[in-house]
Design a protein around this ligand. Sequence first.
Ligand SMILES: *Cc1c(COP(=O)(O)O)cnc(C)c1O
Length: 242
Amino acid sequence: MMQTQEARRREIAAGLERVHARIEQACRDAGRDPAEVTLVVITKFFPPEDVLALHELGVRDVGENKDQEAGPKIAAVREHLRAIGATDLRLHFVGQLQSNKAAHVAAYADVVQSVDRRKLVTALDRGAETHGRELDVLLQVSLDGQTGRGGAHPDEVAELAAQVADTPRLHLRGVMAVAPLDADPDESFARLHDLASDLRAEHPEATWVSAGMSGDLEAAIRHGATHLRVGTAILGSRPSLL
Ligand SMILES: *Cc1c(COP(=O)(O)O)cnc(C)c1O
């Protein structure tokens, strides 16, 4: 049976509350201030109504991973928000991105977290120019050096960072990674922390470390994450593709 919108809203509120409690506890354990950590709620597979419920509950950062889904969804969400005078929702693009989709993503994303190759930097900049926009950019790193599922090899990060820094419409903000499936998240995020420190030595403005999802956000907080990307723990299991 269809759930009512009110029941769904309560479910989302409860999920958010549980995740905020986990973040606060992990920050206490790590001796960090929770204000240093931004929660990005990953809304892929979930409808615009859920994004609006999140906004109503105070969420200002949401993430999507596919252009085809994200474009129309964020347009619908922003139209609703405009009607109530709200313009304060940031959209983070976190998925693998083909360069032929980059110009489209540049039209609506505020942050692109998954920049992992030179061609994509060029395409995003061109898209940003076309749409008169500027974008915050994170370099996605493949912590095990296997770049098949996205992410630059750690050895390529410095060069890619220099390219972004030279690109007027893209602002280099830091790094992003997904912990490799079969690896210890603490080891992975410690490695990301070192890469982020090296990057900051060259680019002091690159202070963001996007790490940690539903299953490993505590480990990410232990190793200095400034941005968490959490979906399932707040919105529930994603419907499987038929
Ligand atoms: C889906 C996704 C997430 C969220 O994962 P959950 O396990 O549902 O919290 C985080 N990061 C990226 C890049 C994703 O695609």
